[in-house]
Design a protein around this ligand. Structure first.
Ligand SMILES: [Zn+2]
Length: 249
C-alpha cells in the first residue's frame, strides 16, 4: 500500500491520485472554504456508514485529509449519526490535536492521524466494527482472495493487522505496517475490526462497504467447504483492469 506498491496505483491511494470531490487535488492554503467543503464531505459520508449497515450506535468514523494543509477533519466523539452536522466535525492537525471545532474528536483520531503522517497518498480513512469483517478480525484470519471482486478492489487477500490497544500510536502503526506490504485498502485489525484507506474519504468508505460485503459472502461460502483460491496471475489482471480501466474515465 505504499505509493508505487502497485504499478497501476492501488484502489486506495494511487500515487497519481486524481482530484476527486471537494477534498481532492488543489494544494491550497487551508482557507475557510476548503475546510468547510471537507467538513461537509466528511459529515455526508457518515450517512453512508448508516445506510450500508456498517455501524452500531456511534462506533464508526470517517476522516479526510485537508489537501495541502497538514490538517484532517474527523467525526466528533460519541455523537449520534443523526446529530452530525458539518459544523460539528472536528479539525485536527496530523498529530491528532484539535485545531478547530467545539467537540472532542473521535477516540480513533490518533490512528487516523498516524496513517496520514505515514501514508502521504492516503486522503481518507474509515473505521467501523461492521459485523462480518469484524468476525474475521475476531478469528484473526485474512479474507482469502476467492472472488473477482476481491481481486478488483483489494488486489489479493484482505490482511489481518496486529492486536493493538487504543491510547497511543499502536493501532496506527499496525495499520500502516500491514497495508505497506499489501495492495489492499483494508486491514482487519485483530480482535477489533476493519480500517480502510483511500485516495479520498469516499474511496475509503467504498472500501469499508466492500470489505463487509465480501467478508459476508466468503464467510457463507466458507461454511460449505474448501474455497479454491484465484491464481495470482488472474488476481493481477483483474486488479489492474479494475483500477485502471473500469468505470468512467
Ligand atoms: Zn474500533
Amino acid at each position: 500500500m505504499t505509493a508505487g506498491a502497485s504499478p497501476g496505483g492501488t484502489g486506495a491511494a494511487g500515487a497519481a491520485g486524481s482530484p476527486a470531490g471537494p477534498a481532492g487535488g488543489a494544494a491550497a492554503a487551508p482557507d475557510g472554504d476548503l475546510i468547510a467543503a471537507v467538513r461537509r464531505e466528511v459529515c455526508a459520508l457518515h450517512a453512508e456508514l448508516v445506510r450500508n449497515n456498517l455501524v452500531a450506535w456511534t462506533s464508526g468514523n470517517v476522516s479526510a485529509r485537508v489537501p495541502g494543509a497538514g490538517l484532517m477533519v474527523i467525526k466528533p466523539s460519541g455523537v449520534s449519526y443523526d446529530d452530525l452536522t458539518p459544523e460539528s466535525m472536528v479539525v485536527c492537525d496530523l498529530s491528532g490535536r484539535r485545531t478547530d471545532g467545539r467537540l472532542s474528536p473521535s477516540s480513533d483520531t490518533a490512528a487516523h492521524a498516524y496513517v496520514y503522517r505515514h501514508m502521504p497518498a492516503v486522503g481518507g480513512v474509515v473505521h467501523t466494527h461492521s459485523t462480518y469483517a469484524t468476525a474475521w478480525a475476531a478469528r484473526g484470519e485474512p479474507i482469502p482472495c476467492v472472488l473477482t471482486m476481491i481481486a478488483d478492489e483489494f488486489g489479493g487477500e484482505i490482511p489481518v493487522g496486529p492486536f493493538a490497544l487504543i491510547g497511543d500510536d499502536s493501532i496506527g502503526q499496525g495499520i500502516v505496517e500491514t497495508l505497506r506490504t499489501s495492495r489492499s485498502p483494508a486491514v482487519l485489525m485483530r480482535n477489533h475490526g476493519p480500517f480502510t484507506v483511500g485516495k479520498d474519504a469516499r474511496a475509503a468508505v467504498k472500501a469499508a462497504v466492500l470489505v463487509e460485503d465480501v467478508a459476508r459472502t466468503v464467510h457463507i461460502a466458507h461454511q460449505l467447504g474448501e474455497l479454491p483460491a484465484l491464481r495470482r496471475e488472474d488476481i493481477d489482471r483483474l486488479h489492474h483492469r479494475y483500477q485502471n480501466v473500469y468505470g468512467q474515465r
